[in-house]
Design a protein around this ligand. Sequence first.
Ligand code: BES
Ligand code: MN
Ligand code: ZN
Length: 484
Amino acid sequence: MNFELKALNTSVLINEKTDALVVFLTSAFKPGKDVLSTLITKVMKAGDLASKAGEALDIYRPAGLTCSRLVLVHVGDGAAKDVRKAVATAVSTAKAAKPRHMTLCFLHNPPPQVMRVAVTSFAEASYVYTTTKTKAEGRSIQSAAFMVPDELSLRSEFERAVATVKGVELAKEWGNRPANHATPTHIAQAARALAKLPHIKCEVLGPKEVAKLGMGAFQAVAQGSEEPLRFIVLHYHGAAKSLAPVVLVGKGITFDSGGISIKPAAEMDEMKFDMCGAASVLGVFRALAELQPDMNVVGLIPACENLLSGRSVKPGDVVTSMSGQTIEILNTDAEGRLVLCDALTYAERFKPRAVVDIATLTGACVVALGGVRSGFFSNDEALSATLLAAGDSSQDLCWQMPLDDDYAEGLKTSFADVANVAGRAGGAITAAKFLQRFVGKSPWAHLDIAGTAWKSGAAKGATGRPVGLLVDCLMQLGQQAKSQ
Ligand code: BES
Ligand code: MN
Ligand code: ZN
């Protein structure tokens, strides 16, 4: 989809040739003397549009305007979350008429974050998955123009939003693909395709190289499947090689059956989404290619399937991780932490400024936080503050969870240095405590996106989260590096 940012003035607005013209109204609306203002005043007086965020009124061929239809939508006081709701309503109101082009205008310049949220939520509301359908209709909307009175002051925010959308949509595409269309090999091809973009490089390691590195935990998960594992290394070079990179690590389980500790059949199909952490890393690199910030970023993706066969790892097996620590695999369904721990050890070679891993790691995190906020854990206060702020500015929210050492008690075992599971209590936290053992000296954060990476039920599908959060976080870290 194409996005455009245009300067708003009344005559442009009245003469805008578009399938649907969306006008955002705030409680502070002051009418002018033009036809549109007169119409809005009438609507308000008649009580045809409640002044509540998300309320909309659809008007067909409004007199005096060149648009095919006008959608007036209230945004309350204009807060980011209200604009998000308003955009979703506007798109679903206009959708029935299959618009190809839409124009959305703010009568007053919105705050920068709100501009960004308007663009990202527009993309979200109009997204359609088509890859594995033969008669898919796809997205009717081909282009969207956003109008604001002072477009210059919002241009850079707008560009960040458009770049974020590209990243989010790449993450959704890979998240949504069925596991037989998104094998570790396919994910590696997607990463290689990114390396065609400016300043991006990609290396892919296979079973032999991974064995040589001694990634025994990662190998143990992959060994039950016929699909060969892939360890993907992406580099974005936007600054001098001497500048320490931020390393992103994405869990890339392309299908999680649970292994020998097999999952129940109901909803097992959703475990094709168990590579959404990896997909978010691909998405972030797509956005970096657009934004070209002057920083360095490394993306690591351990990708494999977690299946059952005569070669599968068994409960009670002890494996040696790349760090040298031995792990007793008490539950083969706690596989995410096993692939991540070796990737975290690998991350150390880059002497990173910060390491952030992203994983659909625990059902316990879904119980704790639901689908609104991703859980995050961190050993560093500054990084925590940056993540929390990035969540707010991108409206891709997260919430900090604890890392007290007492939570690690349950991981003790007589048969190895550590077990891969503790009891049921605090499951998201014990998983994070397991990962923390494999983190070097760098500031580290772990994002558990099990509740936020996809939606179940009628609206089943990948959300593209937390690409928005990560893009804002990286841009913030890039800024901080410069001011140091
Ligand atoms: N991929 C799952 C986590 C998950 C479960 C995400 C449900 C979204 C919805 C992960 O590999 C897993 O199976 N975790 C186990 C860990 C347990 C065995 C300690 C879980 O959460 O049940
Ligand atoms: Mn699992
Ligand atoms: Zn999993």
